[in-house]
Design a protein. Structure first.
Length: 132
């Protein structure tokens, strides 16, 4: 049911996010609007990548697309919330809902793209008569 190669990548990516979240006073008080934009964009990209890796680690759920999307979204969202809670205990960092909102943007964008892509591939295979 799981693709363990991608599961290892999921864990490594989660560890990377955790390590970056553990850096105290990360850029606190420097920069301006462009630095804030970069941080928000980093949330979107990091959790979009995590959603992609999570998607790839569940190949057996391809038959039930909505279930696959919900499982991936739920697992990545739980990690995003836990990461923000973790940041609340790091000196100079704060865990806030805004970080989770940007995480969700990345998660939803990637999962919608993958869902549309998957549905298109399935329809194409049915039209051409290609077996799984």
């Amino acid at each position: 049911m799981m693709n363990y190669k991608y599961l290892v990548l999921v864990v490594l990516w989660m560890v990377s996010i955790f390590c970056l979240s553990s850096i105290p006073y990360l850029g606190h008080g420097i920069g301006g609007y462009h630095v804030q934009f970069q941080r928000e964009f980093a949330h979107i990209i990091a959790y979009g990548i995590l959603a992609f890796l999570m998607w790839c680690s569940f190949p057996k759920l391809d038959v039930n697309l909505s279930k696959k999307i919900l499982v991936c979204a739920f697992l990545v969202l739980i990690y995003a919330i836990l990461d923000e809670v973790h940041q609340a205990f790091v000196p100079g960092r704060s865990g806030n809902i805004k970080g989770v909102v940007f995480d969700v943007i990345g998660i939803v964008a990637v999962l919608v793209w993958l869902g549309v892509r998957q549905r298109t591939v399935v329809k194409t295979r049915r039209v051409k008569g290609v077996a799984w």
